[in-house]
Ligand binder design. Structure first.
Ligand SMILES: NC(=O)c1ccc[n+]([C@@H]2O[C@H](COP(=O)([O-])OP(=O)(O)OC[C@H]3O[C@@H](n4cnc5c(N)ncnc54)[C@H](OP(=O)(O)O)[C@@H]3O)[C@@H](O)[C@H]2O)c1
Length: 332
């Protein structure tokens, strides 16, 4: 089978460390070209990962007629601009989260997608991991009884002022960087959209980014809540509560590519020893994401994370910021 040729905008850490090796493991794609603002960096990255072509500007990569799909891991404030440029050059785009800082831009992107017929997705890799597919099947299939509550936590410690996450002017902060994950997974598990949210946001006095955030979301059939922080001990966990069962996703977001992941099902016992454990075979969620994206652009399947989903997620994030400002519940 001929593999789809991917081009990559920048030598971003997430690309070099996780996504590009994962694309190269995929059955239907290969990393064919990489661009950087600096040709030397692009050449170095290409040598490191055996990428055939290297470019000293993003424009040159988009002009390469052999590149079919773009992976866009630029800083958040550049996502929309370069996704649009890539689409104008006739390329399909897998763009990192959050795909935009403004939901109205996603509405415009949907129009452009419909006009061009190109495949565009926000790179929520968690949505392809079998542990989340299983969790959703159990939650929606009644195995937990009536689904009523989802709870989450996601934190790390990073005070490096040069890191994109600590720069307010380019889309930094906890909600955009990691709050988007409990939002997307809660929406995925409920299979519904939250109607209103309330949030408590603490801003770093030096950098201005939101660094400690707690959020409640009212869904039509239940509630979800989560806390995220960029200045706490690293931790991540999601729990799903029904009237007859509780499911715990042990490594909900950074599922490792070389270790199996676990779900714990509790029927009300207080001690973990009695919990039923589900072990998932080792898999790379970034490879699953890349393969699914290529099958979609080839017309072999529906898009698992279409732009309509990105739009809904962004509307929730916007309501979270509004609530942080107003101190009140805000409609989504
Ligand atoms: N899905 C996931 O698991 C996951 C994980 C981490 C991050 N992400 C997302 O991926 C994106 C990149 O994150 P990262 O941590 O990999 O970032 P990063 O290492 O800082 O990379 C960003 C790259 O963008 C390019 N760039 C262009 N203009 C820039 C500017 N004004 N300031 C800084 N960099 C600029 C640089 O590449 P060149 O110098 O080569 O042009 C830089 O290496 C973000 O949107 C983030 O939310 C996703």
């Amino acid at each position: 089978m001929k593999k789809v040729k991917w081009g990559v905008l920048s030598t971003a850490n997430i690309g070099m460390k996780k996504v590009l090796p994962a694309i190269n493991k995929s059955e239907n794609g290969e990393v064919f070209a990489i661009a950087s603002r600096n040709l030397e960096s692009a050449e170095q990255a290409a040598a490191e990962l055996n990428i055939p072509r290297a470019y000293g500007s993003y424009e040159e990569l988009l002009a390469d007629p052999d590149v079919e799909a773009i992976y866009n891991p630029l800083p958040n404030h550049m996502h929309i601009e370069w996704t649009v440029k890539a689409m104008e050059a006739g390329k399909h785009v897998l763009c990192e989260k959050p795909i935009s800082l403004d939901s109205r831009e996603i509405e415009d992107l949907i129009k452009l997608r419909d006009k061009t017929g190109l495949t565009v997705s926000e790179a929520f890799m968690v949505r392809y991991h079998p542990q989340w597919l299983k969790a959703r099947e159990m939650a929606q299939g009644g195995e937990l009884g009536e689904l009523r509550n989802v709870q989450g936590f996601f934190s790390y410690y990073n005070v490096d002022k040069n890191n994109i996450r600590n720069r307010k002017d380019i889309g930094g902060g906890a909600i955009l960087d990691i709050g988007c994950y409990p939002v997307t997974t809660s929406r995925f598990i409920f299979g519904e959209e939250p109607v209103k949210v309330a949030s408590l946001l603490e801003y770093d006095p030096e950098t201005g980014i939101d660094r400690l955030c707690s959020v409640m979301m009212q869904f039509p059939s239940g509630q979800a809540s989560f806390s995220v922080s960029t200045q706490l001990i690293p931790y991540q966990r999601m729990q799903i509560f029904g009237t007859k069962g509780r499911l715990e996703v042990e490594i909900p977001f950074n599922a490792p590519p070389d270790k199996s992941c676990r779900l714990f099902l509790s029927r009300g016992e207080f001690y973990r020893e009695e919990h039923k454990l589900m072990d998932f075979p080792v898999c790379d969620q970034y490879t699953l994401q890349a393969e699914s994206f290529v099958r979609t652009l080839k017309g072999e399947q529906e898009n698992h994370v279409p732009l309509e989903d990105a739009l809904q997620n962004m509307k929730v994030l916007e309501a979270i910021f509004r609530s942080g400002e107003s101190g009140r519940w805000e409609d989504v």
